[in-house]
Design a protein around this ligand. Structure first.
Ligand code: DAH
Length: 344
C-alpha cells in the first residue's frame, strides 16, 4: 500500500489536472471545495494522520502543506486568467460603443417654495431690506403679547397654535415676532429688514391651508416713515413680483400690531380681473397684509413712538407661488410628487 505522502502527491497531481479542466470562475470555486475545502479530499486524507507513528507525522504534515500551497498558487493563476477571459468575453459580447454619448445625469433644482422665496427676497433686498434671521420656536410673549394681541384674541386659540410641553413655548404662528427681535437688536437705529422663514399653524390641511408654510415679514422703522413709504414699497414689490401691468389695490383690514392695517390685492392673474373660480369671482387676489407699526409694538421693540414710526408687512410664500404659477392646491408643495416639482 502506498504511503500517505504518496497518496497526497497523487491527490496533488489529480487536483492539478482537474483544475486545468475548470472553465469558469464558479467551477474553480467548486474545485476548491472538492480538494482543499473543509470537507475536501485533502482533509479526508489527512484524517489518516492520527494512525501514523508520532515520528512520521511531521514529514507528512510538511508534504501536505507544500502541496496545498502549490495548489493554491495554481488556483490563483487559473482564476486570474479566467477573470481576464471572462471580462474580455463580456466586453466582446456587449459590444461597447465608446463613441456613444453618455447618459445625462438628472439635475435637481430648487423647490418651488424656495424659488419664490428667493425671488421675493431678491426684490426686497434690492430695495435695501436686510435679511434678519429669527427662530421658529417662540414664547407666547413674543408671538402674541408684545405684538399687541389682546388676551382673548381668536388667533391665540388652541386651534391655531402648536404648543410645546414647555410652558409658554410655542411654534411661531407667523414671522411677526421677528419684528420685536430685530427692533430690540437695533433700537434706536433706523432699520429696514425682512424676515423669511417657516411658520406653523394647527389647522386642517386643505387645498388652501397647510400646517407649515413660509412667510416673509418686512419691517422698516425710522424717524420719518409714512404710509406713503409703505405704499410705494409694496406697489413696487407687486409690480416686480407679478409684472408691471398688474393692477394693485389697498384694502383696509385689521391686525393687532399695525394701525392702520391694510391688505394688498393684485388683479387676478388667471382671469385678468374678469372674475373666475380662483379669485372667487371678485377679480382680485390678496397677496399680503401690512400696516403702520402700532405704537405699542414700537415701544415694545425699544423705540419711542413719539419720535419713530414704521411700517410692516407679511406675506405667505406658498400663496405667492400659487398665484404666480397657477397652482390651485397648497398640498402639492409638500407631498413630494416629482411631476409637480419638475413642472415648476
Ligand atoms: N402676521 C400676519 C399673518 O400671519 C401677516 C402680517 C400682516 C404681517 C400685517 C405684518 C403686517 O407685518 O403688518 O397673518
Amino acid at each position: 500500500m502506498s504511503t500517505l505522502v504518496e497518496q497526497l502527491e497523487a491527490l496533488g497531481r489529480e487536483a492539478t489536472a482537474a483544475l486545468a479542466e475548470a472553465k469558469t470562475t464558479p467551477e474553480t470555486e467548486a474545485w476548491y471545495s472538492e480538494y482543499l475545502g473543509r470537507k475536501g479530499k485533502m482533509t479526508g486524507l489527512l484524517r489518516g494522520l492520527g494512525q501514523l507513528p508520532a515520528e512520521e507525522r511531521p514529514a507528512v504534515g510538511k508534504a501536505a502543506n507544500e502541496i496545498k500551497v502549490a495548489l493554491e498558487a495554481v488556483l490563483q493563476e487559473r482564476q486570474a486568467a479566467l477573470a481576464q477571459a471572462e471580462m474580455e468575453a463580456a466586453l466582446a459580447a456587449e459590444g461597447i460603443d465608446v463613441t456613444m454619448p453618455g447618459r445625462r445625469p438628472q439635475m435637481g433644482k430648487l423647490h418651488p417654495t424656495n424659488q419664490t422665496l428667493r425671488e421675493a427676497c431678491t426684490i426686497l433686498t434690492h430695495m435695501g431690506f436686510q435679511i434678519f434671521d429669527s427662530a421658529e420656536v417662540e414664547t407666547d410673549e413674543l408671538n402674541f403679547e408684545l405684538l399687541n394681541f389682546p388676551p382673548d384674541h381668536p388667533a391665540r386659540d388652541m386651534q391655531d397654535t402648536f404648543f410645546t410641553t414647555k410652558k409658554d413655548v410655542i411654534l411661531r404662528t407667523h414671522t411677526s415676532p421677528g419684528q420685536i427681535h430685530a427692533m430690540r437688536q437695533y433700537a434706536p437705529e433706523p432699520i429696514r429688514v425682512i424676515l423669511p422663514g417657516k411658520v406653523y399653524r394647527k389647522e386642517d390641511v386643505t387645498a388652501r391651508s397647510e400646517m407649515m408654510f413660509y412667510q416673509i415679514e418686512g419691517l422698516a422703522v425710522g424717524r420719518n416713515i409714512t404710509f406713503s413709504d409703505l405704499k410705494g414699497t409694496l406697489l413696487n414689490f407687486a409690480n416686480q413680483m407679478y409684472g408691471d401691468g398688474r393692477k394693485s389695490r389697498f384694502r383696509k383690514s385689521y391686525f393687532p400690531f399695525t394701525e392702520p392695517s391694510v391688505e394688498v390685492d393684485v388683479d387676478c392673474i388667471l382671469c385678468g380681473g374678469k372674475g373666475c373660480r380662483v379669485c372667487k369671482y371678485s377679480g382680485w387676489l390678496e397677496i399680503l397684509g401690512a400696516g403702520m407699526v402700532h405704537p405699542i409694538v414700537l415701544k415694545n421693540g425699544g423705540y419711542d413712538p413719539t419720535v419713530y414710526s414704521g411700517f410692516a408687512f407679511g406675506m405667505g410664500i406658498e400663496r405667492q407661488a400659487m398665484l404666480k404659477r397657477g397652482v390651485d392646491d397648497i398640498r402639492y408643495f409638500y407631498s413630494n410628487d416629482v411631476r409637480f416639482l419638475e413642472r415648476l
